[in-house]
Structure formats: C-alpha cells, structure tokens
Design a protein around this ligand. Structure first.
Ligand code: 2NE
Length: 272
C-alpha cells in the first residue's frame, strides 16, 4: 500500500480557476487514457464538492489530461469480483456515486472531450450538462466487450439523449462514433477543432455566466425532475424553499419565533 497525505491528489488535477467564474477539473492518468480507479473517483468527488462550495465558481469544466482521451472508463487492472479495488481491501463501484454527484451538483457542468470518451468515461460525459467535443473525439460504450455494463445512468440517461433504438445500438454493438456522428445523434452540443477546444469551451461558459444563476438552477432542477421521482421533487422542492427563505413572508415567520411573538402574515397576499 502507498502512503498518501490526505490532501494530495494523485489521479486528478483539482479544480483550478481558469477564468472568472470558471473552474477546471482534470483526470490526470493520460498513460492509461485517463481510466479511473477508485482513488480517481474519490478525488473527483472531493474536487467537485470543493468547487461546488466555492461561491466564485459558476461553471465547472470537466476534462482529461492530454488530447488522446477524456476518459477510457474503469481501469480494468483494478477490477475484481466486487467492483474496482485499489487502496481499500474491498472493491466498489463508487464511480456510480460520482455520477450522481455530477447529475445533482448545482453548478453548470460542461464536459470538454478530446479523444476517447468510452466505457464509464462515456457515461461521465453523458451525465454532464453540456458536452463540447473536439473534432478528434470518439464516443462509445465498451463494457459489453469486457464483460461489463452500466445499467444505471449509463442506460437511462443515454436513452433520453439518443432515443431507444440508438441506445440499444450503442450498448448491444459497443461501436465507436466520431464527433460528427455523435453530434448528429444528439450526444454532444457542438464539435470544434481540437486546437480551439479550450477557447470555445470558455466562450460557452461565459455565455452561461451572463445569465441568471437562479434561473439556470431551477432549469436544471426541472430538467432532471421529470425523470427523478422523489429525488427530483426533493431538489425542486429544495429550490422552492430556498426562494421562499428570501421572502419577507418567510422571514416574518422566523423573526416571530425568535422574538417570541405571534407571526403576522396578514400583509402577505393569498395569490390566485
Ligand atoms: C480507449 C482506447 C480505445 C484507446 O486506444 P489506444 O489505441 O489509443 O490506446 P491503448 O494502447 O489501448 O491504451 C494505452 C494504455 O492505456 C491502457 C492500455 O492498456 C494501454 O496500456 P499499456 O499497453 O501502454 O500498458 N488502458 C486504456 N484504457 C484502459 C482501461 N480502461 N483500463 C486499463 N488500462 C487501460 C483503448 O485503450 C480501450 O479500448 N480501452 C479500454 C476501454 C474499456 O473497456 N473500458 C472499460 C469499460 S467498462 C467501464 O468503464 C465500467 C462499467 O461498464 C461499469 C461500471 C464501471 C466501469
């Protein structure tokens, strides 16, 4: 076992502010085509949580080191019978939680893909809000070739993105698709020349940052909620409470309690 300081990041480059309001998180295992092992996933979750708690950040760009791959999915050399295992003695599929985090985090997450986004790396791109693809990007699910499958978001989010026929094609045949094909299928938002990838991505981020943060937050909640049942309602409901706390009516209730008096809600309208 390797000894590590808790704060060190071995497998990723933690979030870096690259322009006002924009942070970048990078998977840093280019020699493995940025495949993730449990350590990578743990670090990603920490970095995304840190970025989420930083009020100066509105958009997170998620990318991979180098131009050959964004991410080639789970590192097969760490795969065992219980999932993927490295420093812990037990295996796990903790990348599933990291996907949940990306899906739920209320910063706008853009994916910047150069090279391969395949296997679990393809699912990571699908759960981000937007994908900006370089013209050398390649997309696809490889699991069925190596005896694996992501039957969670890997299936359901894909079905939403490309439709049931294409989703079956992607999973059953495990084919690769180039950036133009991926664009036609609705898998990505735009395709740009590789040398312009960073510049174009920052341009998209800046356009988002010009708009109302609360409007974007509620839009993301709403777009997720339609599929998410209780957890979707939890998020939408949380946003409603958040907005309500900012009103005089909400504040009157809190103040009355703290001042040990009866609340006076009479001045607030009962809207139709
Ligand atoms: C990504 C791809 C197509 C790239 O091909 P190429 O030719 O550009 O590179 P190469 O030579 O294959 O890869 C370079 C080095 O990276 C390692 C390779 O073994 C090679 O190592 P060396 O020979 O230099 O020592 N490497 C690449 N991807 C790796 C991986 N995922 N695990 C371990 N080592 C990897 C090509 O490399 C490729 O097809 N990679 C495998 C893609 C794959 O099958 N991923 C796993 C899918 S399953 C999954 O992600 C998953 C899931 O389905 C459910 C739950 C959790 C995870």
């Amino acid at each position: 076992k390797m000894r590590r300081k808790k704060k060190d990041f071995l497998d990723i480059i933690r979030h870096k502010i690259i322009a006002e309001g924009i942070a970048k998180i990078t998977i840093n295992r280019p020699e493995r085509r940025n495949a993730f092992r449990p350590q990578t996933v743990k670090e990603l979750m920490r970095a995304f949580n840190d970025a989420r708690d930083d009020n100066s950040i509105g958009v997170i760009i998620f990318t991979g080191k180098g131009t050959k791959a964004f991410c080639s999915g789970g590192d097969q050399s760490f795969r065992g019978k219980e999932g993927y295992a490295d420093y812990d003695s037990f295996g796990r599929l903790n990348h599933l939680f990291s996907m949940l985090l990306l899906y739920l985090i209320f910063k706008y997450i853009e994916k910047k893909v150069a090279g391969y986004a395949v296997g679990g790396g393809h699912v990571l791109h699908m759960v981000c809000d937007l994908t900006i693809a370089a013209d050398n990007a390649v997309f696809g699910q490889t699991g069925p070739k190596v005896g694996s499958v992501d039957a969670g978001y890997g299936a359901s989010v894909m079905d939403r993105l490309v439709g049931p026929k294409r989703a079956r094609e992607m999973w059953f045949m495990a084919k690769f698709y180039n950036a133009v094909e991926a664009d036609k299928m609705g898998l990505v938002n735009t395709v740009v020349p590789l040398e312009k990838l960073e510049e174009e991505t920052v341009k998209w981020c800046r356009e988002i940052l010009r708009n109302s943060p609360m409007a974007i937050r509620v839009a993301k909640s709403a777009l997720n909620a339609v599929d998410d049942g209780h957890s979707g309602l939890q998020q939408m409901g949380g946003d409603a409470t958040l907005l309500f706390y900012g009103t005089e009516e909400g504040t009157e209730g809190k103040n009355a309690y703290l001042q040990r008096r009866k609340p006076d809600f009479s001045r607030f309208p009962r809207l139709p």
